[in-house]
Design a protein around this ligand. Structure first.
Ligand code: XMP
Length: 326
């Protein structure tokens, strides 16, 4: 019979068998899949595993801390955090084109990850056991899709942060390859991972970098992070997390409109709310969510986020719109 307990037991045994006394590394993205894969491998081989988290500065409020503190506390995993915020900001300076941004973020991610990986491999050699394995959170649908082709891959260059170049000489450990997403969440919960990680809605690898329409700057990221945190807080408080597949919050950094606040005229940026309902992200509809929740989010964002004087709702389905704006 299928129980999370059985899945964990079987996978732990299989991982021990596969890895033996060698070492493994795993990239953490902040998402569910890599977190659960890492937790399973940690359970199986403990300190033979080292995780790497690249902090590219494009995460939402609190997410890096969730990985650095809560995930580590829950699993006891050995974690190497690379602070690459400056590097990503420098690489993205002056770039507004969405595809260009995606390429830069993907490229920089791989470079930073490879460097961290090389350092861990070198340390491994010193203690005698080589790093031979790379852990990946590949799910059953990922395998089916990459065989069948989804037809959407060309619309945007979907770079999965956490995904890796193909010329690596590691052997793969993929403990989730028989599981669907909801099963992965159950396994994660059974392993004691924080609910914020296990229940996290989809979030794109390039992060907030593709939710700023216009150039990505530190100031704009900070502003969007605040607006996004408010929206997430209110959606959760209203009990809408299950109904809404995800709700991108987008900053139209190149647009300004006139507003009035207090005694003065403002000339600020709009924030777009994009709540969608979906089964698999291939198609989606905009979520008919309660007006009072929209009103609360709008009031709070315009009151609390500097330079934002307007909140607008995206009422486009997919197709023709994609879920993300870039
Ligand atoms: P679109 O915008 O194409 O998004 O309708 C479909 C789903 O994919 C997510 N998304 C990404 N996920 N790396 C990811 O891991 C990416 O580059 C990426 N781009 C979009 C998006 O959030 C939605 O769930």
């Amino acid at each position: 019979t299928w129980t999370t307990g059985n899945v964990i037991e079987e996978q732990v045994a299989a991982i021990r068998e596969q890895v033996g006394t060698k070492r493994a590394i795993c990239g953490l993205s902040g998402g569910v899949d890599s977190a659960v894969a890492a937790a399973l491998v940690q359970k199986a081989i403990g300190s033979q595993l080292t995780c790497v988290y690249v902090d590219h500065g494009l995460m939402r409020k609190g997410e890096t801390e969730q990985v650095e503190k809560d995930f580590v506390a829950a699993t006891g995993v050995q974690l190497k955090v690379v602070d690459a915020q400056e590097r990503f900001l420098t690489a993205l300076a002056g770039v507004s084109d969405p595809e260009e941004k995606r390429k830069i973020i993907g490229r920089e991610f791989i470079r930073v990850f490879e460097q961290a990986q090389a350092e861990i491999v070198a340390e491994g050699a010193a203690d005698g056991e080589p790093v031979e394995f790379l852990v990946q959170g590949t799910l059953y649908p990922d395998i089916v899709e990459s065989g069948g082709g989804t037809g959407t891959a060309n619309i945007k260059s979907h770079h999965n942060v956490g995904g890796l170049p193909e010329d690596l000489e590691f052997k793969l450990v993929e403990p989730l390859r028989q599981l669907f997403k909801d099963e992965v969440r159950m396994v994660g919960q059974e392993l004691g991972l924080p609910a914020e990680i296990v229940q996290r809605q989809p979030f794109p690898g390039p992060g907030l970098g593709i939710r700023i329409v216009g150039e990505v700057t530190r100031e704009r990221l900070d502003l969007l992070r605040e607006a996004d945190a408010i929206a997430r807080e209110e959606l959760t408080a209203a009990g809408l997390d299950a109904e809404i597949w995800q709700c991108p919050v987008v900053l139209l950094a190149d647009v300004r409109s006139v507003g009035v606040q207090g005694d003065g005229r403002t000339y600020g940026h709009p924030i777009v709310l994009r709540p969608v309902s979906s089964e698999d992200a291939m198609t989606a509809d905009w979520t008919r969510m309660p007006y009072d929740v929209l009103a609360r989010i709008s009031t709070r964002i315009t009151n609390e986020v500097r330079d934002v004087n307007r909140v607008v709702l995206d009422v486009t389905s997919k197709p023709p719109g994609t879920i993300e704006w870039e």
